[in-house]
Design a protein around this ligand. Structure first.
Ligand code: PLP
Length: 389
């Protein structure tokens, strides 16, 4: 029988009914930290869970198949996944990073740069002149986040890969905002895919985890070895839960992005909204590229209140269905204020350069009824009283 190739089938069924001990349909969870050696100087397939573990291996195998990579390394957080890729660089190596990336990624890049681990340049990766200048400096790694957090800017992965190949650089794409259900960067030529599995892959806001998928088997080996050396391997229980979340990845993404599109259209037409950032809107500057390289527009969006930062507190506290919390990608809808929450660690100057204003609000659209979500936003706007714009 041939192996299933449809991604929906891999997500729903990879490893299902493969248990040879008892015929368990759901793959068992192996919490054991250590594994018996069958004989002296003879180890089994797993020795010690920091190095490898059957439950984590099944999650890695599923992620590698979903992203179309040679293998995956599952680690303890999305930040550990970003760091795993960065850990392969040396002090003179240059990283081209997006100026509007997730605040934690920005902080990590600066912290490692300040310790002399590598050089980094933050640029708008859609600025052709800035990109060309950065490539002149022979970078080793281009880090891409598309769509970006929180401004939903789109980077043309194929185009940046072509430039990177010419310059001899590798490309790592943070695919957290879309998951392999909606975007597969390795098929577009990238070398690494990074995930905060905390978000859509797990999807239920009860795990913090991360993964790196590599196109090349030699890279997988190097990354796995480093994760073992520094001990950032993901916990088996977290792997079990993440795998359970992945079973429903496709229908979740499908439903959540339908609501996100409707919400983006509602916000784009609202008099209190100065701008709505969602790649599914034809007016979004990255719409055409997103349409070409993604198989959906996703369930994240952000928007600017016309009244600016002063209105944010009243608005977010008036919401009842959207909960004010960091993170994203879960089944529950969340609202966040990047300037004071997810991107508070960035300097004001860096936030200004990236375009993250005090009036910017980010939404992660969940599985609640679309009508309730839109009604929640409408009520919050209405509760703000007369508009003084
Ligand atoms: N990458 C992106 C795009 C993110 O949004 C986040 C977290 O919000 C991370 C990486 C870090 O993931 P984690 O919180 O699992 O460490």
């Amino acid at each position: 029988m041939s192996e299933p190739t449809k991604l929906e089938t891999i997500a729903a069924a990879n490893g299902i009914a493969a248990d040879t001990n008892f015929g368990a349909v759901t793959p068992p969870m192996y919490l054991s930290s250590t594994f018996v050696f069958p004989g002296f100087e003879r180890s089994g397939p797993h020795e010690y869970t920091r190095t490898s573990n059957p439950t984590r291996a099944l999650l890695a195998d599923t992620l590698a198949k979903l992203e179309g990579g040679a293998g995956a390394v599952v680690v303890s957080s999305g930040m550990a996944a970003v760091d795993l890729v960065l850990s392969q660089l040396s002090r003179d190596d240059l990283v081209i990073a997006p100026h509007d990336c997730y605040g934690g990624t920005h902080r990590l890049l600066l912290s490692r740069r300040d310790r002399g681990h590598f050089r980094v340049v933050f640029i708008d990766q859609n600025d052709k002149a800035a990109l060309a200048a950065a490539f002149e400096d022979k970078p080793r790694l281009v880090l891409v986040e598309t769509p970006s957090n929180p401004l939903m800017r789109i980077v043309d992965i194929r185009a940046i890969v072509a430039q990177a190949k010419t310059a001899g650089a590798k490309v790592a794409v943070d695919n957290t905002f879309l998951s392999p259900a909606l975007q597969r960067p390795l098929a577009l030529g990238a070398d690494f895919v990074i995930h905060s599995t905390t978000k859509y892959l797990n999807g239920h806001s009860d795990v913090v985890g991360g993964a790196v998928v590599a196109a090349d088997a030699a890279d997988v080996e190097k990354l796995a070895a480093w994760s073992n050396i520094v001990g950032t391997s993901g916990a088996p229980f977290d792997s079990y839960l993440t795998l359970r979340g992945i079973r429903t990845l496709f229908p979740r993404m499908e439903r959540q992005q339908q609501s996100a599109q409707a919400i983006a259209e509602f916000l784009a037409g609202h008099p209190r909204v100065a701008a709505c950032h969602y790649p599914g809107l034809p007016a979004h500057p990255g719409h055409a590229v997103a349409k070409a390289q993604q198989s959906g527009f996703g369930a994240m969006l952000s928007f600017e209140l016309r009244g600016g930062g002063e209105e944010v507190g009243r608005f977010v506290e008036a919401l009842r269905v959207f909960r004010l919390a960091e993170s994203l990608g879960g089944i529950e809808s969340l609202v966040a204020h990047p300037a004071t929450m997810t991107h508070a660690g960035m300097s004001e100057e860096a936030r200004r350069a990236a375009g993250i204003t005090s009036g910017l609000i980010r939404l992660s659209v969940g599985l609640e009824a679309e009508a309730d979500l839109i009604a929640d936003l409408k009520d919050a706007f209405a509760g703000m009283g007369k508009q003084n714009v």
